[in-house]
Ligand binder design. Structure first.
Ligand SMILES: Nc1ncnc2c1ncn2[C@@H]1O[C@H](COP(=O)(O)OP(=O)(O)OP(=O)(O)O)[C@@H](O)[C@H]1O
Ligand SMILES: [Mg+2]
Length: 259
């Protein structure tokens, strides 16, 4: 058996009286796309916040390549290879598309790139190298975005913002990318393009894995290799989507919503 890229063991967090994530054990293998579904408020984003080190678990452990990363600060966890996007956009709207990607790289470069961005007279060479690298990366995600690399991020339409967030997450050269509802606010056409982006990234970067929280069942049925269901903080199902979608407890978790 190979060691999973990511593993959580009995991961829990309590906010006062609420156990928002309740003893969740999961794994994501290399080159695997794990889907995470569950009703609103089930604890999905909180689970990501625990894995990415934004929240400290009340109980349990998070392992990256078999090594515990519990208690590490969030920026260390990015450096170690886990990156993410947020449910609500966190782009720097007043910076250009390219600069947003460069910011995603800062954990992979030595000091100075951020500084160089803020103090343009310093470290120009370093900044130019970073810009070349970020440009190549952006181009590999989307030629169209690359063509607009000098546009302010705040001026981009929603689907391109999501795409830019993924490009920025990729800039840290991660082993695992976690996406929190990447298709929200997208129509079917943009969602199809998003799925194509993910598939292309998997092809171009062998071994990279995704953990994707989603509500869009069209995406959930087509993209992930495997799906887990979270309900009231607990993992209630883990398997192929077609095997678990009609289970009574999974249906009940959605209270009659169509799964
Ligand atoms: N920092 C916090 N302090 C207190 N309660 C919190 C905190 N973060 C999350 N919660 C609570 O934990 C529960 C799970 O929230 P979470 O955002 O993880 O749900 P979700 O599954 O991502 O839902 P959605 O599908 O709506 O995004 C909710 O009841 C939420 O109010
Ligand atoms: Mg959420």
């Amino acid at each position: 058996m190979t060691t999973p890229v990511l593993e959580t063991r009995d991961l829990s967090i309590r906010f006062g009286g609420l156990v928002a994530v309740d003893s969740v054990s999961l794994h994501v293998d290399a080159s695997e796309i794990l889907g995470v579904i569950g009703p609103n408020g089930a604890g999905k984003s909180t689970l990501l916040n625990l894995i990415s080190g934004l929240y400290q678990a009340t109980n349990g452990d998070v392992l990256l390549n078999g090594v515990s990363i519990s208690g590490r600060p969030a920026h260390r966890i990015v450096e170690m290879g886990i990156t993410r996007t947020f449910q609500s956009s966190r782009l720097f709207n007043d910076l250009t598309v390219l600069d947003n990607v460069i910011i995603g790289m800062h954990s992979r470069t030595d000091t100075g790139v951020l500084e160089a961005l803020l103090l343009p007279r310093r470290a120009r060479r370093k900044l130019r190298e970073a810009a070349d690298h970020a440009g190549a990366l952006l181009n590999s995600i989307s030629r169209d975005l690359y063509a607009r690399r000098n546009t302010l991020a705040g001026a981009l339409p929603q689907a391109d913002r999501r795409r830019l967030e993924i490009a920025r997450a990729l800039a840290s050269d991660p082993q695992l990318i976690m996406l929190d509802e990447p298709s929200s606010g997208m129509d079917d056409r943009d969602t199809d393009a998003l799925m194509e982006d993910v598939r292309r990234i998997m092809q171009e970067r062998p071994g990279i894995s995704f953990l994707i929280i989603e509500h869009d069942m069209r995406l959930v049925s087509a993209l992930p290799d495997r799906v887990i269901v979270i309900d009231y903080g607990r993992k209630i199902a883990d398997g192929l989507f077609q095997d678990i979608r009609l289970r009574e407890d999974v249906q009940e978790a959605y209270l009659g919503q169509k799964v």
